[in-house]
Design a protein around this ligand. Structure first.
Ligand SMILES: [Zn+2]
Length: 235
């Protein structure tokens, strides 16, 4: 009986913890066309070199690529752009003009078509309220750690509901490095969105969205922040 019960437990379907972001039309977000172009504005007030910032962001992108899902980033190099906007340029940038609330360490905006196809994104990193580093021994916000999370949003993933070690868990803290490495739940979410014949996950209830028309596109703007937890920060 014990063996039978154990077997049953092992094969029992587990609850899906990953979620997909949705736009306000209820469509799950995904990229219809690859590669996903990305540019970096490395300007920062922490004395980090352009190469250090670039390496942290691209390493996070490569972490997602390594899953083996049908995704690919194309790095376009540095840019001077340092603001959110539906401008066909997908930028990661620091900003000390943070308007998303001081509980949020970083924010991803995805612009999508009505049916959920992502056409543009920007990732803002809050340099008004937080200090950032690429040094894993430095107990402040780690760029690669948080960028792994934000690039999950860029790929259309919402927050993991149950795995607090997941890259897509909803909060972070200074000195945290665990989001640099994906958990099976993160990988399953990516494969569900880009692998073949895998059902979509549940909607991310913590995503906000609005819609409008810009540059002739009918777009939905979806943003993902994190719920504030004591002594932890949203990403
Ligand atoms: Zn998030």
């Amino acid at each position: 009986m014990t063996i039978a019960l154990l077997a049953a437990l092992l094969i029992a379907p587990s609850a899906e913890a990953y979620t997909m972001m949705q736009n306000d039309y209820g469509a799950s977000l995904y990229w219809r066309q690859m590669p996903i172009k990305i540019a970096i504005n490395p300007e920062n007030p922490y004395g980090l070199s352009d190469d250090e910032v670039e390496d942290a962001v691209l390493t996070a992108a490569e972490t997602w690529e390594a899953v083996g899902a049908a995704i690919e980033f194309e790095y376009l190099g540095f840019t001077d752009t340092a603001e959110m906007g539906f401008d066909q340029e997908n930028v990661v940038f620091f900003t000390d003009q943070w308007e998303q609330g001081d509980s949020k360490a970083a924010m991803t905006y995805n612009w999508t078509t009505e049916d959920g196809a992502i056409v543009s994104f920007d990732v803002g990193i809050n340099s008004e309220n937080y200090e950032w580093t690429t040094d894993e021994l430095d107990p402040v916000m780690d760029i690669e750690n948080v960028m792994a999370h934000e690039l999950g949003h860029v790929l259309g993933l919402g927050h993991s509901d149950i795995d607090d070690l997941a890259t897509m868990w909803e909060s972070t803290s200074p000195g945290e490095l665990i989001k640099r490495s994906l958990r099976p739940d993160d990988e399953n979410g990516l494969l569900a969105n880009y692998g073949a014949d895998v059902p979509m996950g549940l909607a991310c209830s913590s995503s906000g969205s609005s819609s409008g028309s810009a540059l002739g596109w009918l777009v939905g703007l979806s943003s993902a922040g994190l719920c504030l937890q004591r002594r932890r920060r949203d990403v």
